[in-house]
Design a protein around this ligand. Structure first.
Ligand SMILES: Cc1cc2nc3c(=O)[nH]c(=O)nc-3n(C[C@H](O)[C@H](O)[C@H](O)COP(=O)(O)OP(=O)(O)OC[C@H]3O[C@@H](n4cnc5c(N)ncnc54)[C@H](O)[C@@H]3O)c2cc1C
Ligand code: FES
Ligand code: FES
Length: 470
């Protein structure tokens, strides 16, 4: 039995745990304010908030309910647009109305939920800008966005006056109704008689956040045999052990963003993660899901390949560790037996001598997969590269660790002269194909340009003009 609080009501259901939350709330609960647009995580019309207790503290995150299995709602607070209505319009709805930010209205509940989610967000530094960023997963066909941007900025200005706890402030300012104050204690009571959702012994699919599976196998998910990893405590958490950083397989992109330990290792992480999907997808997407999906353009796959990360595989009886760079055998073919799954991902902590960079080019800034991506890690002592790792995606059938390029850089003195040879080696090592994301020539050119971008970012001491003319 799956149990959760839906708006202000506790719900128990024996519906198939793979049912999309969107279908449950619309067709079983008749809450039709949540809209169905693309069913692919792209439009944001189905956005709901998901509240979860962590160490007694409640956190709300926006998620696309079309990609979320009911099992991942177990023990949580699911909020639809009906659940935020109190007396009159709340400050988000009022700002949308005042700024004429709604026309046909189909997208409006999704935008409103994303902004209410922002008002409940814990860490806030530049609220007006971050409020606009919070709707990066919502698409509108009518307004042209400027009016929505103005509405979001107004919401951000109000949130920037916050001095108290996020939920208390959101209640005080009528972003959410008063019943939100009772949710932490109700979730705590619920957690005491909650059972983990396991659909079966031998799964057709193992589900993390569902952001790949529900796009690719939408029809199958509501009746397949499923095993759910997203809330498995053994697969959560980010920890440092000795000189390694270890991520639970179900660590989400947002978990990385919110981890002080992880952010300390990658000071420019904010630049990288903003290039990946959108806020609601980052709230759901797990790192193991990105790795096992084996998309040749997976962003975090490229990121962890350059770090020469390893994955710990287990079948619950025995375990083995394998380097990520040896994990991909061919297009969507992995060195993994069907009964094995990833338990953790680990990598050596970058030292003070390490320089790291990630680059991605896609057609749109948000909600788009890469045409080409690449990451580089260089350990440099007294101007000499002692250990290099270079990866790239979109340039062949698998996410690629560039063995020859990495080997070439080892032992070399950092200089401008490395770049032409590096580009030439990389060009001999890749095999892009022409497809919807660009021709072979374009992708080759892109990767060469991105290698120059790595040098521009990592070596500001080198002559920028000369790098650009190589
Ligand atoms: C709108 C949208 C935008 C996106 N943008 C990007 C983007 O910019 N960059 C990018 O890289 N990706 C993007 N993605 C793809 C997706 O979000 C990522 O690949 C994500 O990391 C997948 O994780 P998940 O937990 O949601 O995977 P799921 O869908 O749950 O699973 C994906 C695969 O991994 C397997 N799996 C999951 N966990 C484990 C485990 N522990 N062990 C073994 N197998 C496991 C599943 O069985 C399945 O085969 C986007 C997706 C959407 C819908
Ligand atoms: S229906 Fe479009 S994101 Fe869910
Ligand atoms: S108002 Fe029509 S899609 Fe946004």
């Amino acid at each position: 039995m799956i149990k959760f609080i839906l708006n202000n009501t506790e719900v128990s259901t024996d519906q198939h745990p793979g049912t999309a939350v969107l279908d449950f709330i619309r067709y079983r609960q008749n809450l039709t304010g949540t809209k169905i647009g693309c069913r692919e995580g792209d439009c944001g019309a189905c956005t709901v908030l998901v509240g979860e207790l962590t160490n007694g503290d409640i956190r709300y995150r926006s998620m696309t309910s079309c990609l979320m299995p009911l099992a991942n709602a177990n023990g949580k607070h699911i909020v639809t647009v009906e659940g935020i209505n109190g007396d009159g319009l709340n400050p988000v709805q009022q700002a949308m109305y005042d700024e004429s930010a709604t026309q046909c209205g189909f997208c409006t509940p999704g935008f409103v939920m994303s902004m209410v989610g922002f008002s409940l967000q814990h860490e806030i530094t530049n609220a007006p800008k971050e409020a606009v960023d919070s709707v990066d997963g919502n698409i509108c066909r009518c307004t042209g966005y400027k009016s929505i941007q103005r509405a979001a900025t107004r919401v951000g200005e109000l949130v920037s006056t916050r001095k108290s706890d996020p939920v208390a402030f959101a209640i005080e300012q009528k972003f959410v109704p008063e019943y939100f104050a009772s949710i932490p204690s109700r979730l705590k009571a619920l957690s005491d008689n909650l059972s983990a959702v396991k659909n079966i012994e031998v799964a057709d699919y193992r589900v993390g956040g569902g952001t790949d599976l529900y796009v690719q196998k939408h029809e199958a998910m509501s009746h397949a045999k499923l095993d759910f990893f997203f809330d498995n405590p053994a697969m959560k958490g980010i920890r440092i052990e000795g000189n390694r950083c270890i991520l639970g397989a179900s660590t989400t992109v947002t978990d990385l963003v919110e981890s002080k330990e992880f952010r300390k290792l990658f000071p420019d992480f904010e630049i990288y993660y903003k290039l990946v999907s959108s806020t609601p997808i980052r709230n759901m997407a797990t790192i193991a899901g990105n790795i096992v999906n084996a998309s040749p353009i997976g962003d975090f796959t490229a990121f962890f390949l350059a770090l020469n990360a390893s994955v710990l595989l287990t079948d619950d009886k025995s375990s083995r560790e394998i380097e990520l760079r040896k994990f991909y055998l061919g297009y969507k073919k992995l060195d993994k037996r069907p009964e094995e799954y990833i338990k953790t991902i680990s990598f050596e902590i970058p030292s003070k001598h390490t320089r790291f960079n990630f680059e991605k080019v896609s057609k749109r800034t948000n909600l788009d997969i890469a045409s080409v991506n690449t990451a580089i890690r260089l350990d440099i002592t007294e101007g000499i590269i002692s250990n290099a790792g270079v990866s790239a995606g979109g340039i062949g059938p698998i996410p690629t660790y560039l063995f020859k390029a990495s080997e070439y850089l080892n032992g070399k003195k950092v200089s401008l002269e490395l770049l032409p040879e590096l580009i030439s080696i990389v060009q001999s090592e890749i095999a892009p194909i022409s497809d919807a994301r660009g021709t072979e020539e374009y992708k080759r050119l892109l990767l060469s340009q991105l290698l120059k971008a790595h040098f521009l970012v990592l070596f500001p001491e080198l002559d920028e003009a000369k790098i650009l003319t190589i």
